[in-house]
Each structure stands twice: as C-alpha cells, then as structure tokens.
Ligand binder design. Structure first.
Ligand code: ATP
Length: 499
C-alpha cells in the first residue's frame, strides 16, 4: 500500500496548487474556516454532482430539497439542539488555550506501581511524540531520567476522577491546576433576525441540514407522489462553533453536508435490513468515486454509545493521516424527529400507509456525510508520486468524473500560427462539452507535469503532423501512454469516458 502524505505537506500542496486556502488568508486566516481555490471548487462541485446523480437522479425512491440556513428557532428547540447540542470544553486559565475535553488525554506516570506524576497531551498526529517528550521531561524534573516506567494508560480527561483532575497538568503549561473543570458549550452559532436585537429575535445558523428535511416531510408528501419507503436528499452548508477546529478541513466551523433522510415503515422488523443496505450503498459509493477501499472501514456503535433516540448507528471511517476518523454516519433515528416536530408545531406529520391501511410516523435512516471530509479523503487517496524517465513526478489520480479539469489542449509550439489556430479550434470544441483548459507555456514535458499535479486525466497535443493528417496525440495521465486520434475519435472517446 502506498504511504500517505503528512498533513503539513498536504496543506502546503493544496495552497500551492489552488485547491484550498485559509479563509481571509491575507489577514492571517480565521481559525476553522477555509476557502476553496480554482481547483478545489471544481473538485467540490464534482463530488456534490456525483452524489446528487447517484443518490437522487439514478434512483426512483428519492427527491431533493434545498431549505434555508436559518430556520424558525423553535425547530432547534424541538430537535433538542438548543438544550443538548454541546461538547465538553476545558480552558487553560494561564495560557487561555481552549480544548474539547474528549480530545485531551492524560495518564499517570508510575514506576513499579508508584505514581510520580501525570502527563497531559492534546490528541493530534504527533500525539505519541508529545507523550514521549512529556514523560522524559517529568522523569528529568524528578531526577529519574533512566528509570523504567510502567505502561501508560492514556484516557480522555472527561474520565478523570476529581482527585486526579487536581493533579493533571495543563497540556499548554505542564502545571497541575491550570485547567478549568469541563463544562458544556453549545456549538450553534447565534444570530439576530430583524433590525431590533432582542431575546425573541435570536436565531441560529443550522448545525446540520437534516432538520430542514424533517420539517418539510408533509410538504414533500403532499406535493409529490412519493410513498414510504422513500428519501429526501439535501446538500448545504452547516455551521458549528467547534471548540477546537483542527486537522484542516476535517473539523471546521463552516462546512457542507450531503444528507439523506430515508423514511421507512415504523416497524421494528424492517429497519435492520434497510440500514444494512444503506451502509453497503454508501460504502460502495465512496469506493466508486476513488476513495481508497483499504483506508475505509466501518465502526458499529455499541448500544450504550447511542443517542437516546437512535436505534443503531454505523460510521464509515477513513484512515486520515491523523488517525482513523468518521467520514460518514449512518444512523437509524426511529421517529424521534417527526414526533418532536409534530408535537412542537401542533401539525400532524403522520403518513397514511395505503398498503398497510394504517397511519404512523415513519422511522428514518440517515446517511449523513460531509463534503469537506469526502474531499479530504479523496485528496489523500488520489495523491501519488512516481518516476518518469528518472524524474520524480507528483500525480493526483482522480477518477475522470471527479477530476477538476477533464482535459488540457497544448499546441506543441506557440510560435507557429497554424498549430496554435488548430489547437484553439479543438479546445473550443472540447470545452463546449467538458471543462478543458488551454496551455501553451513552457516545454511540453513541463506542461504534462503541471496537469498531472492537478489530476487532469488527459492532455491533447497539436503538432506538425496534425496539420497534415488531422490527428492529435492523446496522452493518458496514469500510464503516460500516447495515442494518435482524429477529432471525431477524441470526442467519441471522451463521451464514453465522461458521459
Ligand atoms: P464528529 O463526531 O467527528 O464531530 P459528528 O458525529 O458530530 O462528527 P454528525 O453530526 O453525524 O457528525 O454530522 C454528519 C457528518 O457531517 C459527519 O460524518 C462529517 O462528515 C460532517 N461533519 C460534522 N462536523 C463537521 C465539522 N466540524 N467539519 C467538517 N465536517 C463535519
């Protein structure tokens, strides 16, 4: 299996090639916010378009929706977000650093069963190295540099007893007593609607797109011919005031979700099979767009870890450079949300099942995936290095359907007007069908390398022979093989590959 890039290299690569920039970069950036550059925006649009095509258009049991970002505040009261959408947070009183408590790990350091102190680190790509450094420093401070310590027992700080808590040092200052006790922090961003700010004008930026779907369940039923089982899909921005946004676009404060609420009969016997089906569908989808299968896995939540309203949940995990983490969650939510909204709004959301001759609030299966986490997994999967004629090459092996740019047209030389004109004509025709670019700057080998780094699957070169026999060389990004083709053959080839 090839090695992954480390995050630092990936972040630098993304900036250099125009995939992803820090938001407000010239002002020093804004923590937890990112912008997509010329290549990133194409990649993102392609991911969303393929998801929409596969999950909505290719199926007969799905319809789409686009709800507003700001919903009636009562939506978030009914859904439980106002009271419960929070993470435990700890502050370092001295350094003013703020951490998500479940991402801060501590361990006693003991020699032959006797605890000599505690170490505390923040979960990260370099966690193991940090742990080693802190243990060394502790041993040195206690003049026990060469002592053999008992195995460490790293646990999240949320699991520490009150007695232990007082002894655990802050990860920033390494001094016990500097951390505040964990307290809950609501992740929803608040805003005011209307000109006069008051308590009644408070509204929230949605922390998920799902609630917009639930509240339109009845409108969709009444306006379309859908019948349970069916799903409603939505793609849109979501906002969470994450305590410690990190790992690049993996955990940001503004991100995009692609969510499905798939409504099924409220039947205890029906949901397990449907859940399995969705897990398989979604796992295969990630493979189909080019995410490496060997880096994907499933995490089945144990009953004790489920939210009170959930019947089951399986996450699709990806091996990111900073660890195996959630890419997509596929939860069975029962009919909690519809029940809550029916109760809070006073409007019936019941479904009349003609086949079963009965009314009920359907159960729901919710495959929910972040666009940004998908894009990050794709970048990591696509990145590759090889050697061409003894020269190192970086190549993004995107599937053609996902690749930001589909093809590039090059005139072999830029000082031969006949060649340039022929290349421009071909470019014009190709770009009327697909996203193509034209490049005449530099040696042809350099132009190929540039396109390889952007992940462009094909380059077409117009040369002297093209003037005589009207054929062009088509060069394949992955094999670097070249074939001569006429214009019509090129069009037929791309139609087969891309449509
Ligand atoms: P995590 O446990 O990693 O915070 P979550 O379980 O809270 O994630 P969900 O509420 O299930 O996430 O959201 C569904 C999907 O939305 C996630 O699987 C992920 O792909 C994406 N997502 C959630 N939070 C963020 C974030 N802060 N930044 C980017 N994507 C996110």
């Amino acid at each position: 299996m090839k090695n992954q890039l480390c995050m630092k290299e990936l972040v630098a690569f993304c900036k250099r090639k125009g995939f992803i920039f820090l938001s407000s970069d010239i002002y020093g950036g804004l923590n937890g916010f990112f912008d997509y550059g010329p290549l990133g925006v194409e990649l993102k649009r392609n991911i969303k378009a393929v998801w929409w095509k596969n999950m909505v258009h290719d199926r007969e049991d799905m319809v789409g929706l686009d709800s507003s970002i700001i919903l009636h505040p009562n939506v978030w009261k009914a859904s439980g977000h106002v009271d419960g959408f929070s993470d435990p947070m700890v502050d370092c009183k001295v350094s003013k650093m703020r951490y998500r408590a479940d991402q801060v790990f501590y361990s006693p350091v003991a020699i032959s069963g006797e605890v000599i102190g505690y170490i505390c680190v923040v979960d990260s790509e370099d966690k193991d190295a940090e742990v080693e450094k802190k243990v060394k420093a502790l041993l040195k401070a206690q003049q026990k540099t060469n002592a053999i310590i008992d195995p460490l027992q790293l646990k999240p700080i949320t699991k520490a007893s009150v007695e232990e808590y007082a002894l655990i040092p802050s990860p920033a200052t390494d001094k016990p007593g500097d951390l505040t006790p964990p307290r809950n922090f609501n992740l929803m961003f608040q805003t005011q609607v209307g000109a006069v700010a008051s308590e009644s004008s408070v509204a929230y930026l949605r922390p998920e797109t799902a609630q917009g779907i639930f509240i339109h369940f009845k409108n969709v039923l009444d306006s379309t011919r859908v019948k349970v089982p069916f799903g409603i899909a939505q793609i849109g921005k979501a906002f969470r005031n994450e305590i410690t946004p990190r790992n690049f676009i993996f955990r940001s404060r503004e991100f995009e979700q692609m969510e499905i609420e798939y409504f099924i009969p409220a039947d205890e016997n029906a949901w397990p099979e449907m859940h399995e089906k969705w897990i398989r569908t979604r796992f295969n989808w990630h493979c189909s767009i080019g995410i490496k299968k060997e880096w994907l896995s499933l995490d089945v939540h144990e009953n004790k870890d489920l939210a009170h309203y959930a019947k089951a949940c399986t996450d699709i995990m990806f091996k990111y450079p900073f660890g195996v983490q959630e890419l997509e969650g596929i939860a069975v939510r029962g009919n909690f949300d519809l029940t809550q909204h029916q109760h809070a709004s006073g409007k019936s959301l019941e479904y009349f099942d003609e086949e079963r001759k009965t009314k009920y609030l359907p159960y729901v299966i919710e495959p929910s995936v972040g666009v940004d986490r998908t894009l990050l997994a794709l970048l990591i999967s696509a990145y590759d290095e090889d050697g061409i004629n003894g020269e190192k090459r970086t190549v993004m092996r995107f599937k053609p359907s996902i690749a930001p740019i589909k093809m590039a047209v090059f005139p072999l030389v830029k000082n031969k007007p006949e060649i340039v004109e022929k290349a421009r004509q071909l470019f014009k025709r190709l770009k009327s069908h697909w996203y193509a670019v034209y490049d005449e700057a530099g040696a042809i080998g350099r132009r190929y390398r540039r396109m390889d780094e952007m992940g462009t699957p094909w380059c077409i070169t117009v040369d002297f022979d093209s003037l005589d026999n009207h054929t062009y060389t088509l060069r394949d990004r992955d094999t670097t093989e070249q074939k001569r083709m006429t214009e019509e053959e090129l069009i037929a080839f791309f139609e087969l590959q891309l449509n």
